[in-house]
Design a protein around this ligand. Sequence first.
Ligand code: EPU
Length: 310
Amino acid sequence: MSDALLPERLDAACGDLGGLHLRRDEPLAAHTTFGIGGPADVLVEAGTDDDVVRVVQAAARHRVPLFVLGGGSNLLVGDGGIRGLTLTLSGALAELRVLDDGLRIDVGAASTFPRLTQAALAQGWPPAVGWFGTPGQVGGALVMNAGTRQGEVGEVVVEVRMAGAGGLERRGRAACGFGYRSSAFPLGVVLTGALLQCDSHKSKEVETLTAMAHEQLNRRRATQPKQRSAGSIFKNPPGDYAGRLIEAVGLKGYAVGGAGISDVHANFIVNSGAATARDVVQVAEHARALVKERFGIELEWEVRRVGVHR
Ligand code: EPU
């Protein structure tokens, strides 16, 4: 539904954000791994917990939608872009500190997930083997409980820090609701960081873990496409694999416009360079329909579709 008064409220919200870096009509294709996405009305950058609270409060006060962009992986931004405020995190929120002789790591939500993975491997954290090769930022990795069958990030969370309209709060792992590629954080909050702990740290040599991680990555490199994508398009249904099902309905190589199902892995849609979000949705929904018809299985999107799709 279009909201004729949103531009005025957005201007008022921006008026409350003096001192923060604001960009108007910023094309989001440049900020996503897919290389797809229309403009953000306003892209705002926050470098501290307090900045994030200011942004969340300004959005709430002026009833402006707020979207957190994170590392731009695992996202399909619509061709119509994103209305309201789009938030990116940087600065002090990208910090990472190793604590207690490697037992704990404190990490900001804007730190890259690969950097956290490297730090965790260097402290001998076995679950980090399963994180290796996953892109994005820590905030997004927490929301999606990123990882693989060899380890998900939610396993090591002690608590997360988040900013809401009421200020900053902390939440322990049990209240985060981590599941397969999912979590249960309240709507309207922005994760700003986390304290992580691995009780089995240093139970294996760093060299052994790094070798295991590289082996996994090499296996993945051989089975996943190199072109731009947002990773796995669908979650795996219980007891099966989305890639196997989409291949079985004969869709490897199927394309609409610039978006196609990868010949290498059928649960990846790749951008040949000219794909629109609309192309991607058409390809994905065709695959979903054929899998449903043939196997009676409803594939669920893993990639988050955000913004205005047309
Ligand atoms: N398969 C096919 N055809 C294909 C692709 C896969 O038959 O075109 C079969 C494979 O032979 C295998 C099974 O499907 O038996 C599973 O494939 P794979 O080992 O490639 O793993 P996946 O379940 O497709 C998951 C994660 C990936 C992660 C890999 C590696 C999900 C949705 N995806 O993929 O995560 O990299 O394991 O551990 O859980 C992501 O989430 O974006 C992502 C890339």
